[in-house]
Design a protein around this ligand. Sequence first.
Ligand SMILES: Nc1ncnc2c1ncn2[C@@H]1O[C@H](COP(=O)(O)OP(=O)(O)OP(=O)(O)O)[C@@H](O)[C@H]1O
Ligand SMILES: [Mg+2]
Length: 213
Amino acid sequence: MSKSSVLTLKGFSKSFGGVEALNDVSLSVEKGELVALRGASGAGKSTLLFMIAGLLAPDAGVVKVAGIDPYQLNGSGRTRFRSEEIGMVFQDARLISYLDVRANILAAGGDPERADELIELLGLASRRSHVPKKLSAGEQQRVGLARALVANPKLVLADEPTGNLDEENTDLVISGLRKFTSEGGAALVVTHDSRVIEKADRVLTLEEGRLRS
Ligand SMILES: Nc1ncnc2c1ncn2[C@@H]1O[C@H](COP(=O)(O)OP(=O)(O)OP(=O)(O)O)[C@@H](O)[C@H]1O
Ligand SMILES: [Mg+2]
């Protein structure tokens, strides 16, 4: 593990009811890096992100984010770990239906100025007072990214953040992620999108729970 690793995984394995989802996965992501993770459906990509985020304990192996092993923390420590160190982007944006764009972003913590900066950066200025059901899928996904970035996490974990987006929206999401990494963040992005893969520093592939680079 180099000094600048934001994320390190060693020997990560997980089975569900005797069926292996991940087998001995090790990887690291450095400060400033955007790493793409691809693999067929069922390869274990989402499982890996949940395990890194402290939401699903591995059967074997160790994860560290900014030097912290979430599974060494108690419940409230792990909740704090998730809000302070990690920003998660879900494929379905998972916004809060009764809050408008700005309030959804602020619900993840962070200061209002930072929220407004992200609203501008991600092209959401004219939508800031809209509730999620008044937004397009692409707008919702950009709000999801803003929410992941607003509290200045060390690591962003994104699960197909450009799924079903047109090229323009995809490029906005990519530039938001690249700005985050250029300012010292690290990102692990599950994607099949060639535009995202092109802009990644490295591409990793999961095949039936094993990593191939
Ligand atoms: N909670 C669970 N209980 C049982 N099996 C699970 C659970 N979560 C995931 N799995 C299994 O683990 C394997 C990996 O699932 P995962 O969701 O990580 O795949 P994925 O690579 O994200 O696929 P997709 O591209 O379709 O999202 C699959 O075989 C899945 O059925
Ligand atoms: Mg998945």
